[in-house]
Write a new protein. Structure first.
Length: 147
């Protein structure tokens, strides 16, 4: 079973669990019982996030530091958090009323079974004009243009 299929199957499994089963799953995943006020949907989302981190790796250390600093109210330079997506990441972009799904692979990017060497090549394929791929897919601080 592919990694993404396993995650999808786990999400379905979590969706079938009642509150007490989710609390047990939470305790196994995080080592302590969840607070009583958490909704079942939130617990499912946190559990699937934990599963994804276990299978694909968690946040990169620089992004983790940037998030902690932001949570503490500190201002960071734009370059503080890496924008390079990790393999397995799915990027979604709507352009001219059509939705495009691109999966980050270890050796490039895949859209509709076609491989591309860069995000800029994907953006060129979608729009017919040259774009910064990271900008087009919203991975930089600036907008990817109309869509």
């Amino acid at each position: 079973m592919a990694q993404n299929d396993a995650i999808a199957a786990r999400w379905v499994e979590l969706g079938r669990m009642d509150r007490s089963a989710l609390r047990v799953a939470w305790t196994r995943a995080f080592g302590e019982a969840p607070p009583h006020f958490l909704s079942m949907l939130f617990m499912r989302k946190a559990l699937i996030w934990s599963e994804q981190c276990a299978r694909f790796g968690g946040l990169q250390p620089d992004l983790r530091r940037a998030l902690k600093a932001a949570a503490a109210g500190k201002q960071l330079p734009r370059e503080a958090a890496s924008t390079a997506p990790r393999p397995g990441t799915q990027l979604i972009r709507e352009w001219n009323g059509r939705r495009y799904l691109v999966e980050v692979a270890g050796d490039g990017y895949v859209m509709n079974g076609q491989r591309f060497a860069s995000l800029s090549a994907v953006a060129l394929h979608i729009t017919g004009t040259s774009w910064s791929g990271p900008r087009f897919f919203g991975l930089t601080g600036r907008s990817g243009g109309p869509g």
